[in-house]
Design a protein around this ligand. Sequence first.
Ligand SMILES: NC(=O)c1ccc[n+]([C@@H]2O[C@H](COP(=O)([O-])OP(=O)(O)OC[C@H]3O[C@@H](n4cnc5c(N)ncnc54)[C@H](O)[C@@H]3O)[C@@H](O)[C@H]2O)c1
Ligand SMILES: O=C(O)C(=O)C[C@]1(C(=O)O)C=C[C@@H](O)C=C1
Length: 305
Amino acid sequence: MTVIYNRVALIGLGLIASSMYWAIKRAGLANEVVGFARSEETRQTAREIGLCDRICDTAVAAVAGADLVVLCVPVGVMGAVTAEIAPALKPGTTVSDVGSVKREVISAVTPYLPKGVHFVPAHPLAGTEHSGPRSGFAELFDNRWCLIVPVEGSDETACENVEKLWQGMGSLTERMDADHHDRVLAVTSHVPHLIAYTMVGVADDLRRVTDSEVVKYSAAGFRDFTRIAASDPTMWRDVFLSNKDATLEILGRFTEELFALQRAIRTDDGAHLHDYFTRTRAIRRGIIEAGQDTSAPDFGRGGSK
Ligand SMILES: NC(=O)c1ccc[n+]([C@@H]2O[C@H](COP(=O)([O-])OP(=O)(O)OC[C@H]3O[C@@H](n4cnc5c(N)ncnc54)[C@H](O)[C@@H]3O)[C@@H](O)[C@H]2O)c1
Ligand SMILES: O=C(O)C(=O)C[C@]1(C(=O)O)C=C[C@@H](O)C=C1
C-alpha cells in the first residue's frame, strides 16, 4: 500500500472512473477519492453503491484541493470540462485524462490549463461494452497496458506519479507520442469497432428479410461483433470524430484489402485466401503468447494448429 496522491478527483463517473475508484481503493493509492458526475441520477447511484469517498454536486467543488484530477468523460467534451474546472485547480495539481484519442484531447485541454498545473494524458487499453457508474470493477486494468502520453514540457515527476498510479491499479505502462498513439489505436481499436458496428448493422438489415434467423443462428464470431457494437454510442461517436485522419487512413487500407479478398473469392483464388488467413492466424497467436488476451485459455494445450 503506497499512497501516491492525497486527493484524487474523478470527473465523469462511468466505466473507467468507477473502475479506477475500485482499483485505487484496492491498492490504497490515495487517501481520498472525490467524484463528480453531471447528472443527479448518476451522483445518486454513486452515493448508493459507495462509489467514491465523497460525491460533489459541481465539478469545481470536486477538483478543489485535489492533487490529481482525472477527466473520465467522452473525448468530445474534455475541453469544455477543463474550461469549467480550470479556475479551481491549485498550482502543482496534475490533470490527466483517460480518453481514447490523444492529439485532439491535448489540443482541446491545454489552452485552458493555468500555469503551474501539470498535464499528463493517459489511455488505459482496457474496457468493456458496458458504461455508467455500476459497470466498473477493480480488476479491469490488471495486466493491461496504459499508455502515458506526455505533452511538450510535461513535468517528469508528475509523469512518474501518473505511471505509478496506473501500475498500482494493475496496469503495465509505456510512454507514447500522441500522433503515434492515435495511429496505433486507429488500427487496434477504432477501425475494428467501426467494422463491428457495420457488420451488426448489416445483419440487422438482413434480419428484416430473414425474420429472426440472424439472431437465432448467430455464431460465436458474430456474437463477438455484437458485444463490441453494444459499446457506448456517445463515446464512439466522439472517438471517430476526434481521430478522423488516422481512422480514414486505416479504413482506406481496410477497404483495399477487403476488395482484394472479394476478388479472390470471385476468381476462385484459394491460394490468396489461404495465405491471407495463415498470416492473420499468426497475429492472433502472437497476441496470446504476449499474454494480452484473456479470452483464449486453451491456446497451447494442443488446440488448433
Ligand atoms: N469504455 C472503454 O472501453 C474505454 C476504454 C479506455 C478509455 N475510454 C475513454 O474513457 C472515457 C470515459 O469512457 P467510459 O467508458 O467510462 O464512458 P461512460 O459512458 O461509462 O462514462 C462517461 C461519463 O461521462 C459523463 N459525461 C458525459 N459528458 C459529460 C460532461 N459534459 N460533463 C461531465 N460529465 C460528462 C457521462 O455522464 C458518464 O457518466 C472516454 O473518453 C473514453 O474514450 C473508454
Ligand atoms: O474490450 C472492449 O470492450 C474494448 O473495446 C476496449 C477498448 C479496445 O478497443 O480494446 C476500447 C476502447 C479503448 O479506448 C480501449 C480499449
